[in-house]
Ligand binder design. Structure first.
Ligand SMILES: [Cu+2]
Length: 150
């Protein structure tokens, strides 16, 4: 979190200097809190990861992708009601918007990050894994994700 803030600051200073110092440049300030995950109930090889993403800056940002040493790959999913009335999930077909001054909650039954081909020796209840999120403007932010059995 601290290193991100520092990077945001450096980036902000660069942008301002590029603009010749005319006006403060709008920039996102992303923080990610309460990262946690659990093995998926529907997909034995996957895990759901949840968090709160906040943007206290004055420009929007987008979550583009992610990675984790505990996962073969990372996808952004949304939970949907299927035509037969059961719940399923869809791969998001566009980046996740985090508006200026806004927040987005990833939670069970809603938006979530999916850990595909999870490594069972790392992604297990009681353990904490690293998740790196890649934002369009803010770059990479790595957060701890506590694995629970819920
Ligand atoms: Cu999913």
């Amino acid at each position: 979190m601290k290193s991100y803030l520092l990077r945001g600051l450096v980036f902000g200073v660069l942008v301002i200097s590029m603009l010749g110092g005319c006006a403060p440049a709008a920039a996102p300030t992303i923080t990610v809190e309460n990262g946690w995950g659990r093995p998926s109930m529907d997909m034995p090889t996957a895990g759901g990861i949840f968090m709160m993403i906040k943007n206290s800056g004055d420009a929007g940002d987008k979550l583009l992708s992610g990675s984790s040493p505990a996962c073969g790959s990372i996808e952004l999913h949304e939970t949907v009601m299927k035509s037969d009335g059961t719940m399923g999930m869809n791969l998001m077909d566009k980046p996740l918007d985090v508006a200026a001054g806004g927040e987005v909650e990833l939670k069970p039954g809603g938006l979530h990050v999916m850990c595909i081909m999870k490594k069972d020796d790392m992604f297990k209840p009681g353990a904490t894994i690293d998740l790196t999120l890649v934002f369009e403007k803010s770059g990479e932010i790595t957060i701890p994700v506590e694995i629970r059995m819920e």
